[in-house]
Design a protein around this ligand. Structure first.
Ligand SMILES: [Zn+2]
Length: 321
């Protein structure tokens, strides 16, 4: 085990909150003015805590359903029918696969497409480039590692809901996860009629039972040593930035799991005058009115708003040279 600091002020569990804002508004400021406000807040900040949800990966180009699914999952649609499960990568994960060979036949395919083999990083790179010189940390509910692929060091990332690269004991009998990317590749090569050979089915090395993706879908989700170490680094960053000029930059976080990023960001902003909130979302960028000018909520195509904010920050940098 790692050493826990005794000086930690904020803990992740204390950070989480389910408090719904009573005074949400969609700001009526014109788009260009909002972009300038967001850029100004970021410009003045020393610390930026990015909170990323599914909307960020989507804005960057990740696809989960529609034509993408038809194209990459035709084999499974043929086997299991198209509805109601085999529509997109989210619904398909809930299909009651008849056996472990079929389950992993499907999941290895999805895990690779949504994780190890997904590369939608240009937008992530644009953002990281624009935030150069800031003290950065990422809190993410995505399991796809896109910020890490774009160059953000792993020690600056807390991916709270798991990873498409990892598997764990289905019953969570021991607090460990296992990197399965190579195993997934082998499954992908050897899959026939949706099933993998029995000898490739992973078994728990402790209890001998079935394994599961390390994705938080129920209370059996395993938080391993790496998860706890990331939590600790996040808590330190939070303790440090709370009293400094800080921007909470929220990207594509809706209302699916608002207690992890959305509500805590609002609370932090409410409770700390030096903290401001920049919320980007295609349609869920409402902010509490009481936060006044310390909150900017931009309802727009995020690929556009991120690019525009980055350009504005870049201009300032040029003018200062
Ligand atoms: Zn086990």
């Amino acid at each position: 085990m790692f050493n826990r600091s005794t000086k930690i002020i904020a803990r992740f569990s204390d950070f989480l909150t389910g408090e719904y804002a009573r005074d949400y508004i969609n700001q009526e400021t014109p788009y260009d003015k909002q972009i300038e406000q967001a850029a100004a807040l970021i410009r003045e900040a020393d610390y930026v805590l990015i909170g990323a949800g599914a909307g960020m990966s989507t804005a960057a180009g990740a696809e989960y359903g529609g034509k993408f699914f038809e194209e990459h999952f035709a084999e499974f649609q043929k086997l299991y029918g198209k509805g109601p499960y085999m529509q997109d990568m989210y619904s398909a994960g809930f299909y009651p696969f008849p056996d472990q060979e079929s389950k992993w036949g499907y999941w290895s395919h999805q895990a690779l497409l949504a994780g190890a083999d997904l590369d939608v990083t240009p937008l992530h790179r644009t953002l990281l480039e624009a935030l150069k010189g800031k003290k950065l940390f990422l809190l993410s509910t995505n399991a796809d590692h896109q910020f890490e692929k774009a160059g953000l060091p792993a020690e600056r990332i807390f991916q709270t809901q798991g990873s498409y690269n990892l598997i764990q004991c289905k019953r969570g009998c021991h607090p460990k996860t296992y990197n399965a990317v190579e195993l997934f590749r082998q499954m992908e090569r050897e899959r026939k009629d949706g099933r993998i050979p029995s000898e490739l089915v992973p078994k728990c090395p402790v209890c001998g039972g079935d394994m599961e993706m390390n994705l938080r879908v129920d209370n059996y989700f395993v938080e391993d040593d790496d998860w706890h170490a990331a939590e600790e680094r996040f808590s330190r960053f939070l303790s440090e930035c709370k009293d400094k000029k800080t921007v909470l930059l929220e990207l594509g976080v809706g209302f699916n799991t608002p207690m992890i990023i959305r509500f805590p960001f609002e609370k932090l902003t409410r409770e700390h005058e030096n903290v401001s909130l920049v919320r980007l979302s295609r349609s869920k960028a409402m902010v509490p009115a009481s936060l006044g000018e310390r909150a900017v909520g931009i309802n727009a195509d995020m690929a556009q708003s991120i690019t525009d904010i980055a350009a504005r920050l870049h201009d300032t940098e040029k003018n200062n040279q």
